[in-house]
Write a new protein. Sequence first.
Length: 151
Amino acid sequence: MENNEKSAKFEAAEIGRTLAKEEFKELEPKIHHQVLQLQQRLRKSDKSLIIIISGVEGAGKGEVVERLNRWLDIRDVQTHAYWDETDEESQRPKYWRFWRDIPMRGTVAVMFGSWYTNPLIEAAFDRLNEAELDQALTRNRELERTAIELN
């Protein structure tokens, strides 16, 4: 039961509504303050936070990451981008590139891309069948469970 509770901590935030730029500009200082307060609570806790930014080209991912880096206290934030594997990463286990960036307790990792990117792209281009995609997603969940247990 405990593992199910822990696994539930990994959630996706998909908001189905929009906010006009004028409304956002009005609310931005308040939101910024709330984000900093939440980060301070995180710093005092035994938890860490991973924010995964992913999506299609031109969707504003870079702008989101820039805003997060402006809003958060950067002393406790690391930002990582996962594009093509480096030579070093290709010599290591598949999840090493992500595992080394799992944040320590009380800190935040902002990740451009994640362990979900490659399997989903491969499946979208029919380079993975359904069983292979399920296997890849199971490995992803194992990575997440291990990160939760060790953190």
